[in-house]
Design a protein around this ligand. Structure first.
Ligand SMILES: Cc1cc2nc3c(=O)[nH]c(=O)nc-3n(C[C@H](O)[C@H](O)[C@H](O)COP(=O)(O)O)c2cc1C
Length: 232
């Protein structure tokens, strides 16, 4: 597949419409893109256009970081995406959303709350985030239960989305992991208590990953097709 872009400019030089043109065999597909789509950030390679994606995460025990790394791999394996996978706690000094066409953000839940660094970032950049295609995934233990693993049915994700002015183009709620050996003793007790109530793993040294990696792959696929309107 060959990708190229067409921009229609009015007499005053204002941008009216942007289309992505996909040439597949003998067919040319014209796909309208939002005018917020920043063509100046598109780089060109022998494979066609390369879209820059920021994958930003907040993670305490590493599971959200692993999911973000997998999302990065899956986008890059598709060939025409270049991703920067960055920990919100350690953003480079020169970091700017203006360097990216798309942002994927992920954050885990601790004691019912998303990490402050994530909430502050979203609050500080809401306007910019709403002007570009974005996706969001939450990570929690409650999402390991069927019926609590969608943005609508996962209580943390639903409440966050109700409160924030950010309107991600696509959302998902992934199950995280228990890693008792990494926790402080009172955190371990609390998680054991929560897990015991939900008939989950409580073993003193248990390390169990509940993340459904197929769901992570489906998330990337949905962002590619529904948000970025990619056609293969
Ligand atoms: C101290 C502590 C509190 C937690 N509180 C919750 C909670 O309130 N609800 C929930 O569903 N999961 C809770 N979790 C589970 C985490 O969301 C889960 O372990 C997740 O994988 C952590 O992701 P991270 O490693 O990226 O930080 C808690 C975990 C810890 C260690």
């Amino acid at each position: 597949m060959l990708l190229s872009y067409a921009a229609f400019i009015d007499k005053r030089g204002g941008l009216r419409h942007i289309y992505r043109m996909s040439f597949i065999r003998d067919d040319a597909l014209l796909i309208p893109l939002p005018c917020s789509f920043d063509l100046s950030l598109t780089t060109f390679s022998t494979q066609g256009c390369v879209m820059k994606i920021a994958i930003l995460y907040a993670s305490r025990e590493g599971q959200t970081a692993s999911i973000a790394a997998r999302i990065t791999e899956l986008f890059e394996a598709a060939g025409h995406y270049q991703c920067d996978c960055l920990d919100l706690e350690h953003l480079p000094e020169d970091f700017s959303l203006d360097h990216y066409q798309t942002v994927v953000m992920g954050c885990s839940i601790h004691y019912g709350h998303f990490a402050p660094v994530f909430r502050h970032f979203v609050a500080a950049h809401t306007e910019r985030l709403n002007a570009m295609p974005t996706a969001f995934f939450s990570v929690s233990l409650v999402a390991r239960k069927p019926g609590k693993d969608t943005p609508e049915t996962n209580v943390y994700t639903r409440k966050f989305l109700e409160k924030t002015a950010w309107q991600p183009s696509y959302c998902a709620a992934f199950a995280g992991a228990v890693k008792y050996d990494l926790y402080r003793w009172w955190d371990r007790l609390m998680v054991q208590l929560i897990m015991a109530m939900g008939k989950g793993e409580t073993g003193r040294h248990a390390h169990v990953e509940y993340t459904d990696w197929d769901a992570v792959a489906r998330f990337v696929q949905q962002v590619r097709t529904d948000v970025l309107q990619e056609r293969s």
